[in-house]
Write a new protein. Structure first.
Lengths: 312, 619
């Protein structure tokens, strides 16, 4: 196991190197000149040259890349070009609101998704099953943005059940007042694809021989579904959660923007619009590393869930 | 008759009797410790910005929203009278308006004694007075290469010695704050002088611009260094009480704020201004005890938060809701029923398209090129842009400067926004721009392809304008291609003279027509704002002469001459002046949108708690 983990750490290096080169290339050849953004509409060549010097973008490309690599190793990406705030401080302060929303969303989506999926898989082929699948398909066809706009208008404004927008310094107030609407909305929207996917996992298992054997041995359906089918379907479910996990650290920029949640997603969107490279760099590297670590964690968890799995 | 000894004794007794009174009265006459501002903490005003703030370092920022909050926390030497229309400069921290030497080169400014910064540990437990040196230091900061102050271009080259000063600082990559700048001198504790290389009457506006003139204390700057933008310490009416960056800002009154009372100078026929003055005159400022500003980029939540009374004021109604909120520019009945107040103000603003005068296809000063540009102008449907795209939240522009600025004459009109497709076609036919191959689109007089390359940014608004332009030009037989690129890329290419056409817009930072006219001045081609690269000796001559004149009929005549030249040669197709619509609940008293957007209005408004309680109870 240790050898496997070490091997996976070693493999992260070329992956991260690829990410670094890609983001560096994209920014320098495709991204806008940040000096022009900061200089304003009226400036002069000397002012722009000075800004480029202060930002370090007048240095040779190899030197800029070297600085980038040093920043990754030291986890110090400097300061935002637009606001001069320390990049590490940006992420530290924004992570809380993002996780406040995204963790409950993932949890609820998974639990509710599994429960519903197992039920729908059980009644596979019936009118109920078909109706639910049709509803899911329709629900998935509607843009998330539409849901946000309608839900905010209906539940926030018309019915007044929740505030239209906002965030507080009090965790409890956020959890009880500002977070419920975005969380419910995200869970509602995320359930449709999750339900369809998990249903297919359960159906795969239900059709296996061991289930037929268990039934023929007289085991109760409840035990067949919840003990045997569920256990075996957990592996692909875990994989799906693993794929979704890095996303909770970035958040949903749409939700954060519409509900004025000061999270990482919104911050990244602002940084991209401002060509704020330190923030963009940090976010990309941060997300790449989280994804790789979570993938490793998920692979290790496979072993726990299914001892037959060999890690090599 | 009393004896001398008894008379003296009487005097002594009288003196002893009245001495406390004498002492008390002399204490009242001397500058007393100012009582804290009486702003009621229960008076809270909440509203939203559509763009996040960037920094609370006044000299570091260029965006409007950061400037608005900085203007509430810091003080420039001058400000605009809150009620006066048109805009009128008045002293803010000065004892009087700056004295200008007869040659127009030297400005002498006297700072009012007794103005203090907010408390801070760096002041060693003492109250820190605002002095002339603070303003000199503040202006010098613009030259600090590490600050990369966006407003440096407004002073560099204008103040005596500033070009050398800037060059030395860039070379050393640091500014020596103690090195003298010839054109910036402290004369005494409260007096400083600014000397210019040549007369420029409009320079005075810079003393009201927070990005240039909002005073910071050197001790605070040196204490916080790069973190200054997160730790504002100013002399303004408000100070930062709470801050969640890009999310929420809360401001409370500055306990050291000077004694200031509400006054204003609305025009005699300005009923609304007169009513506000009557109600608030003589009130001690600030009046509102707390400002809460949320950052809400999206339109719907900003609009709904106001309707839901999560905000007391809606700063700039999103155009997308104009038909709903102000159909035909009248307050909607449902909002009127809720006693919501509304004000629509034509902004000091202009939107326009420019033609690159050095472009081989559309540029040039010969009749055929002028005809092509005039035809584009005549064929563009500005009224459709106003009605459909801007939802009637704009008015057609007749001059390359907006109403409400010095130099604007409401009786002066040009044909800048004439829509006459028949004339456009006739012009094009006359100069040989005809459809030779029968594809419905005209070619150049020599038969080569005629394709107008229009540039724009990838957002919803610009997409609509692209479509309108394409449709308008199709009707007169001109082919348009649209190229999409991000703002910094377009700016870079524009500075380099590589764009054929681009639509721009902008608000004035000073209430003077020069704000826009400078962008057609030949030597300003490229970086300095003349993106059309328009170089016309007659225009330049008029501009140079106007630049040395104060606001006067003579200068207005020169501005009008420049406007006519612009219409004739058409380096710009001017389109609209945008309208800003603000709304507030009836318990917000005295709100008036400043004509210059970055000015602070916070200390001039009040919240009527009784009206608010009644309003909320009745809802």
């Amino acid at each position: 196991m240790i050898a496997y983990i070490l091997k996976r750490f070693w493999q992260m290096i070329p992956t991260l190197a690829g990410v670094v080169l890609l983001i560096f290339f994209l920014f320098n050849w495709v991204g806008g000149d940040p000096a022009l953004v900061l200089a304003g509409k009226i400036s002069n060549p000397e002012q722009i040259a000075n800004i480029r010097k202060q930002l370090g973008v007048d240095e040779p490309y190899w030197y800029q890349l070297w600085v980038f690599l040093k920043q990754i190793v030291t986890f110090d990406f400097g300061r935002s070009w637009a606001t001069n705030e320390e990049v590490s401080h940006i992420f530290l302060t924004r992570l809380g609101p993002t996780l406040t929303i995204m963790l409950p969303v993932l949890l609820l989506e998974t639990v509710i998704g599994v429960i519903l999926a197992i039920g729908v898989a059980y009644v596979n082929g019936t009118v109920t099953d078909r109706m639910i699948m049709m509803i899911c398909t329709v629900a998935m066809s509607i843009s998330f943005l539409v849901y946000i706009i309608v839900a905010q208008y209906l539940f926030g404004f018309k019915l007044g059940w929740f505030p239209v927008q906002g965030w507080s310094e009090s965790y409890w107030k956020n959890v009880t007042t500002f977070a419920p609407l975005p969380i419910m909305l995200a869970v509602f929207v995320g359930l449709a694809p999750v339900l369809r996917l998990y249903r297919s996992f359960f159906l795969d298992e239900i059709n296996h021989d061991y289930v037929r054997t268990a039934r023929s041995k007289g085991l109760a359906e409840k035990i067949v579904m919840l003990k045997h089918v569920l256990r075996n379907a957990l592996i692909p479910i875990l994989t799906n959660i693993g794929i979704a996990l890095p996303g909770i650290f970035i958040g949903s920029f749409l939700m954060e923007t519409f509900f004025s949640i000061p999270g990482i997603g919104r911050e990244i969107l602002v940084a991209v619009n401002r060509s704020d490279f330190p923030v963009i760099k940090a976010a990309t590297v941060y997300l790449a590393m989280i994804t790789m670590f979570i993938n490793l964690l998920v692979d290790v968890l496979y072993k726990v869930v299914d001892p037959r799995v060999t890690l090599k | 008759m009393p004896s001398t000894r008894s008379a003296l004794s009487l005097v002594s007794r009288i003196t002893i009797l009245f001495l406390p009174c004498l002492l008390a009265s002399s204490a009242a006459a001397a500058p007393a410790t100012v009582a804290p501002t009486p702003a009621d903490p229960a008076k809270i005003l909440r509203y939203a910005f559509e763009v996040a703030e960037t920094s609370f370092d006044p000299q570091r920022v260029s965006d409007v929203y950061s400037s608005i909050v900085n203007n509430a926390m810091f003080d420039p030497p001058l400000r605009y009278d809150h009620l006066a229309r048109p805009a009128k400069l008045i002293p803010n921290t000065l004892t009087a308006m700056p004295t200008v030497s007869p040659d127009g080169l030297t400005y002498t400014l006297h700072v009012h004694p007794g103005i203090h910064f907010d408390n801070h540990e760096v002041f060693g437990g003492k109250k820190r007075e605002l002095v002339a040196q603070d303003y000199v230091y503040t202006i010098k900061r613009l030259f600090d290469p590490k600050l990369s102050a966006p407003s440096l271009a407004d002073v560099e080259g204008y103040i005596v010695g500033s070009e050398d000063y800037a060059m030395r600082a860039r070379k050393a990559n640091r500014l020596d704050y103690d090195a003298p700048l010839t054109g910036l001198q402290v004369l005494d504790r409260y007096t400083f002088q600014v000397k210019l290389n040549k007369p420029k009457p409009n320079f005075i506006y810079l003393f009201a611009d927070c990005r240039i003139g909002c005073a910071v204390a050197r001790e605070v700057v040196e204490h916080y260094k790069e973190d200054l933008g997160s730790h504002p310490v100013g002399t303004g009416a408000y100070r930062l009480a709470f801050w969640k960056r890009s999310s929420k800002m809360v401001f409370e009154p500055n306990p050291n704020y000077r004694e200031e009372y509400y006054q204003g100078d609305p025009a005699p026929d300005d009923k609304e201004g007169q009513a506000i003055l009557k109600r608030l005159q003589g009130r001690r400022l600030p009046m509102v005890g707390r400002f809460e500003v949320d950052v809400i980029e999206e339109l719907q939540p900003r609009w709904l938060a106001f309707l839901n009374q999560e905000h007391e004021l809606l700063w700039r109604l999103p155009e997308e809701y104009a038909f709903q909120a102000v159909p035909n520019n009248q307050l909607a009945p449902n909002l009127k029923k809720r006693s919501i107040q509304m004000e629509q103000v034509p902004a000091l603003d202009l939107t326009f398209m420019y033609f690159n005068m050095e472009d081989p296809l559309v540029g040039g000063y010969t009749p055929d090129k002028v005809a092509l540009r005039r035809a584009v102008s005549l064929g563009y449907k500005t009224l459709d842009e106003i009605r459909i795209i801007r939802k009637n939240q704009a008015i057609p522009a007749h001059t390359p400067y907006s109403p409400g600025v010095a130099g604007y004459d409401p009786n002066f009109r040009t044909s800048a926004n004439e829509y006459a497709p028949a004339k456009a076609k006739a012009l094009l036919d006359m100069y040989g721009y005809i459809d030779r191959d029968g594809d419905g689109y005209r070619e150049m007089p020599d038969g080569s392809p005629l394709v107008l390359k229009f540039n724009s940014t990838p957002n919803a608004r610009d997409k609509q304008i692209d479509e309108l332009l394409t449709r308008s030009m199709n009707e007169i037989g001109l082919r348009v291609t649209v190229r999409k690129a991000k703002w910094p890329d377009l700016l870079k290419e524009s500075n380099a003279g590589k764009l054929m056409m681009w639509q721009l817009g902008g608000s004035a930072s000073a209430p003077d027509a020069d704000t826009w006219l400078t962008s057609l001045y030949g030597p300003n081609a490229g970086f300095k704002g003349n993106r059309a690269r328009f170089k016309m000796p007659a225009y330049d001559e008029a501009y140079e002469k106007a630049d040395t004149l104060p606001d006067s009929p003579e200068r207005t005549a020169l501005y009008q001459k420049m406007a006519k030249l612009m219409v004739v040669y058409a380096p710009w197709k001017i389109n609209t002046h945008r309208i800003h619509t603000d709304m507030w609940y009836p318990y917000v008293i005295g709100f008036r949108r400043p004509l210059v957007q970055t000015q602070s209005w916070w200390r001039f408004v009040d919240v009527d708690l009784k009206v608010q309680q009644d309003y909320l109870a009745g809802r």
